[in-house]
Ligand binder design. Structure first.
Ligand code: F0G
Length: 457
């Protein structure tokens, strides 16, 4: 017999209660938080879809590895285990642990970038962009045109535009110190990049003698999409596909808070020995000795085990299917979302849903706030607030105005997701009542985290 239901490939050994609140409590909490869901207390949130980063549930095997860890300052056994797992997966020669992804980014970019340069990517995530711009370097997004249109269906909407990359390197190649590709493409909707596209990047980089780095946060989800969608790949294991993805690159930055299935951790990995030495020296200055990089020995153990579990087929089948399940329910109810559903999140198209709220009145903030008030669900704006403010202080609409509902790994069950779908559909049906916002105060960079808003009358 062949059953169609894809079940969670685990049973639950330890549970954590969620707190139910009343609508008026949530209204007060949101007002108190300056109408910015980042400023809420997590205890006031019922279902927290703010991020899939560091919010996953660890396995019993990870927790027991935590107890086995070696906390030696230098040369810890846990580092060697971590290093062996990362090398086996990525094939890179130099493995530098960091406390999370952005530390790997900062160390890489501060080590190699010079003011006035350009770093191309399919789409830079916010911390990546900020860590590049702080070096007075341009972070250039070159995702394929299909990747910018939410309702357009394409199997690999995260692909980088190879012709645009070729043109950039031909015309201004002397300004490009490296090429990056983010798998899956978070800012573009959690969309995958094909092996064919990565091979194309490799060829172009070889032609112009440029190093190619992956932002590998969600490499396993990307590998699963390749298995599902790319011709000739269905018979391979996700790990074999992931290895080929890494083999096409010269290095990577990684946040182990995503596909490392850990609550903290990351790494910078590469083949270039000179860059690696410079990176390790900077690491010692700000993160820690190169065998722990700001992590406890037990974090290194959790990541090492997590990287083994994340490429298991049963896990990835469930993971990608459960995100798609939420997407299907919303599509069936005509809620505009980025299609097809991405790997780690569903992205509501707030601009399409709220045409009466102009981008500079932040439709994403309006929708995210209403979801919280109505249902206690926390999503995050990915749009004009996150990307609309430029280093010169000017503001323009972001490429899209989205609300991301990110699904923590192995945390919520199908009924939680059913509740989320019901709530989103109800809020979408009351769209006419939603109003825009203005910013009362905000910092100059990464303003979305701490900005204070006020609803417009
Ligand atoms: N790159 C991508 C594609 C990311 O999604 C993130 C984090 C980072 C780099 C930075 O990693 O958080 O460990 O420093 N994304 C989280 C998110 C925060 O919610 O999407 P980090």
């Amino acid at each position: 017999m062949n059953f169609r239901t894809i079940i969670e490939p685990f049973r639950i050994k330890s549970v954590e209660s969620v707190k139910f609140t009343r609508r008026e409590d949530r209204e007060a909490a949101l007002r108190e938080a300056g109408f910015n869901v980042f400023r809420l207390r997590a205890d006031d949130v019922l279902i927290d879809l703010l991020t899939d980063s560091g919010t996953g549930a660890m396995s019993a095997a990870q927790w027991s590895a935590v107890m086995q860890a070696d906390e030696s300052y230098a040369g810890s056994r846990s580092f060697y285990r971590f290093e062996a797992v990362v090398k086996d997966l990525t094939g890179f020669s130099h493995i530098i642990p960091t406390h999370q992804g952005r530390a790997a980014e900062r160390i890489l970019f501060h080590t190699i970038l010079q003011p006035g340069q350009i770093v191309p990517n399919n789409n830079h995530f916010d911390t990546t962009r900020a860590n590049i711009e702080v070096e007075q370097v341009e972070a250039l997004d070159l995702v394929i045109p299909e990747g910018r249109v939410p309702h357009l269906i394409h199997p690999f909407k995260g692909n980088i535009d190879l012709a645009a990359l070729e043109r950039l390197l031909a015309e201004r190649g002397d300004l490009v110190p490296l090429v990056m590709v983010t798998v899956t493409n978070n800012s573009g909707g959690g969309q995958p990049v094909s092996l064919e596209n990565l091979r194309g990047v490799r060829t172009i980089c070889d032609r112009h003698s440029k190093p190619f780095f992956l932002d590998a946060c969600r490499f396993a989800e990307n590998a699963w999409f390749i298995k599902l969608r790319e011709p000739g790949q269905s018979g391979r294991t996700p790990k074999a596909i992931a290895r080929e993805m890494f083999a096409l690159a010269d290095g990577c930055t990684m946040s182990a808070k995503k596909d490392g299935l850990a609550n903290i951790g990351g790494f910078l990995a590469m083949n270039n020995a000179e860059w690696a030495e410079a990176a390790r020296n900077l690491l010692i200055l700000t993160e820690g000795f190169p065998t722990y990089g700001g992590l406890a020995g037990y974090d290194l153990e959790a990541v090492a085990r997590g990287l083994e579990e994340v490429v298991e087929e049963d896990y990835l089948r469930y993971r990608i299917r459960s995100t798609e399940y939420l997407g299907e329910k919303l599509i069936a109810a005509d809620v505009p979302i980025i299609r097809p559903p991405g790997g780690h999140a569903i992205y509501l198209d707030a601009r399409a849903l709220l045409p009466h709220v102009p981008p500079v009145q932040y439709p994403g903030i309006s929708l995210a706030n209403q979801l919280y008030v109505e249902a206690g669900i926390r999503g995050v704006e990915i749009g004009t607030v996150m990307f609309g403010l430029h280093p010169d202080g000017t503001e323009t609409p972001g490429a899209m105005d989205l609300v991301r509902l990110a699904i923590p790994r192995r945390v919520y069950t199908q009924s939680h997701i059913d509740y989320v779908a019901e709530a989103v559909i109800a809020v979408a049906q009351s769209r006419q009542q939603l109003r825009g916002y203005r910013i009362v105060s905000a910092p100059k960079t990464l303003r979305h985290f701490t900005a204070i808003f006020e609803p417009l009358a």
